[in-house]
Design a protein around this ligand. Structure first.
Ligand code: 9MR
Length: 371
């Protein structure tokens, strides 16, 4: 921990102590929000969906600015929404999202510029490499350019790697070769000079994929192109806590001179068809009650296990506050999580810190109590 951070923490702790002397003894978790509790450590973020951006749900509208100081657009800045035709853009929702963040004084993350998924249909029809490069250039110039100085950070390239660390065989790789990643960062740096630029991927805490990410990042840096941070997504499972690999990854990424972020944190508590020995992933698991063990309420033991999981994670994050700049949850509450519909549709999952009624879960209390 740096001297500045220590001093800051010291002042905050002193104030808490003084308050404690005058009133009844209250734990930090009773009175503060996550963003306040972790103020001297790292930003606490959430992904936002359309309803939340438009403040249509009163409970979410109150909770988001109270608990979080960073926001990521869950879907509305992706190509299929923001750039639906070769020369057609739709900035309506993205403008609202950015205006919301500015109004609430939040750190705003654009997600994302270059990703093989959720592309607009016209993209797969582009034939030549030159036209494809023109598409990528136009896309980054238009989208990153529009929000230059307004969005604080961009996930410039998302999920470019396979599990073994090799380059994913995407349409970008196919049309442009593997230098497309460096090119995307170069374009983003020009279009949004004062915005932080990140590489974002899942499972990059795992050794092989981590090595691939390091190779990719070193390549960008060797080309003299700016990259400011790396996002470890953090889609984890209650059955596997990757603490050692995660700690190694935080250290290794920090050694590259990058900010490290946990960008899409959630922890599934449900069985995964791929973990079942001999499970055929093509088999239809929908409606199979064994795969949806908590349709109305999570069991006490799973709830406790989840709380302890989150506690261990945040203990680790607190060890690396000099390197970790942000921890973002992938959604506000359990009811809206993408994990209710993936990898099996229509299940009831419990991956976040707030339940579907926006109540704080045991996991929230554990994370708050660390401060
Ligand atoms: O949470 C997003 C979900 O609503 C979308 O249907 C899905 C489509 O691919 O994308 C989800 O978000 C993904 C994110 O953009 C990138 N990392 C993985 C996330 C979960 O799939």
């Amino acid at each position: 921990m740096t001297f500045k951070k220590k001093l800051c923490l010291g002042i905050i702790n002193f104030c808490v102590l003084m308050t404690g002397c005058t009133g009844s003894k209250k734990s930090a978790a009773d009175s503060s929000s996550l963003k306040d509790l972790y103020k001297s450590d790292f930003l606490i973020g959430t992904a936002m969906n359309v309803e939340q951006i438009e403040e249509k749900e009163p409970k979410a509208a109150a909770l988001i600015p109270a608990e979080f100081n960073a926001i990521t657009a869950e879907n509305i800045m992706k190509c299929e929404v923001i750039h639906p035709g070769w020369d057609r853009y739709n900035f309506d929702l993205a403008d609202k999202f950015v205006a919301y963040g500015k109004r609430k004084n939040m750190f705003i993350i654009g997600h994302n510029l270059i990703w093989h998924s959720q592309l607009a249909p016209f993209v797969s029809e582009i034939q030549s490499s030159d036209s494809f490069m023109l598409f990528m250039t136009n896309h980054i110039n238009a989208v990153a350019g529009r929000y230059a100085g307004k969005v604080n950070g961009w996930d410039v390239v998302n999920e470019a790697l396979n599990e073994d660390g090799s380059m994913r065989n995407s349409i970008f790789l196919e049309k442009l070769g593997e230098d497309y990643v460096t090119k995307a960062f170069e374009l983003a740096a020009k279009a949004a000079p004062n915005t932080e630029l990140y590489y974002n991927d899942y499972n990059i805490e795992q050794p092989q994929k981590r090595a691939g990410a390091i190779r990719l990042i070193k390549k960008i840096q060797a080309a003299g192109v700016r990259i400011d941070g790396v996002g470890i997504q953090g889609h984890w499972s209650i059955n596997k806590l990757p603490l050692e690999d995660l700690e190694k990854s935080i250290k290794e990424f920090a050694k590259l001179g990058l900010k490290v972020m946990i960008t899409e944190l959630d922890v599934t508590v449900l069985p995964n068809p791929w973990d079942l020995k001999g499970a055929d992933v093509n088999q239809n698991f929908e409606g199979d009650s064994a795969m949806n063990p908590y349709p109305s309420n999570i069991s006490d033991s799973a709830d406790t296990k989840l709380a302890l999981y989150y506690e261990s994670l945040f203990k680790l994050f607190l060890k690396y506050t000099d390197n970790i700049s942000r921890v973002t949850f992938w959604g506000v509450n359990d009811g809206q999580s993408w994990l209710n519909n993936w990898p099996i549709k229509n299940r009831t999952n419990y991956p976040l810190l707030f339940d579907k009624n926006f109540n704080k879960k045991s996991a929230y209390e554990k994370v708050a109590a660390l401060k």
